[in-house]
Design a protein around this ligand. Structure first.
Ligand SMILES: C[S@@+](CC[C@H](N)C(=O)[O-])C[C@H]1O[C@@H](n2cnc3c(N)ncnc32)[C@H](O)[C@@H]1O
Length: 216
């Protein structure tokens, strides 16, 4: 019950406050401690690390916030951006930044049930922890169905149950991603501590980034 209230306050109050702040200040990150440059750097390092070729390809950002990562990837890598977020102001900001793109003000679970598009990169940065662990499994299962061969699902700011950081609403148990890849053999797992790949971690110093690559 307490966790549900925390999640409600997090998404309905806090995220809206960040969005309003960003609307007024121009900061592109729906986070307390991150800014536009942090998000752009992480997007760049991810593309480089996974050797992604995104020219003309579709990139989906679920819980895209104000579209900062998508905007960067469109500008620098010439991808076609798709963004989904529940907050109206975020989607408004995305449309303002990217004339060419598809943006949906929608619950991402509903979007995943309805879309018939397929993607080459799917981003879930700082989003999956808003969902209970059973729903996190369901979300990854549904994403797996819309991934092209060799595409990557990037799940960032991943925090485990045993972390000292207590602000993640639904942290995952150890072995969570290994289990997912055992059940869905079309996904290959790579997990890296964010301080290693991105440096400059401003939340949990042990948070990880997970890359699930579609092998079929
Ligand atoms: C911590 S912010 C991260 C935003 C963005 N990924 C970034 O890194 O800047 C979490 C985002 O997830 C969105 N979100 C949370 N629950 C959602 C849901 N059920 N469907 C779609 N978006 C959701 C919030 O509105 C918010 O923009």
């Amino acid at each position: 019950m307490l966790t549900k209230i925390k999640n409600f306050l997090h998404i309905t109050i806090l995220m809206n406050i960040y969005s309003l702040r960003n609307f007024l200040t121009g900061n592109g990150a729906v986070w307390l401690k991150l800014d536009t440059a942090d998000l752009e750097e992480m997007a760049e390092k991810t593309v480089r690390h996974k050797s992604l070729e995104l020219d003309g390809k579709k990139v989906l950002d679920l819980g895209c916030g104000t579209g900062t990562m998508l905007h960067y990837l469109q500008r620098e890598k010439n991808c076609f951006p798709y963004g989904v977020d529940v907050i109206r102001l975020n989607i408004h900001q995305c449309r303002k930044k990217m004339k060419n793109g598809s943006f949906f003000r929608q619950d991402l679970m509903k979007y995943l049930q309805e879309t018939s598009d397929k993607f080459d990169l799917i981003i879930l940065y700082g989003v999956i922890g808003c969902f209970p662990v059973t729903q996190q499994r369901e979300i990854i299962g549904n994403i797996s169905k819309i991934m092209n061969k060799d595409s990557v699902l990037w799940i960032g700011a991943n925090i485990y149950e045993d972390s000292k950081y207590k602000f993640q609403t639904y942290p995952v148990p150890r072995g969570f991603y290994e289990e997912i890849c055992t059940e869905d053999s079309s996904l290959d797992l790579e997990e890296i501590e964010e301080k290693e790949i991105f440096g400059n971690v401003k939340y949990d110093k042990n948070q990880t980034t997970v890359f699930l690559t579609k092998n079929v």
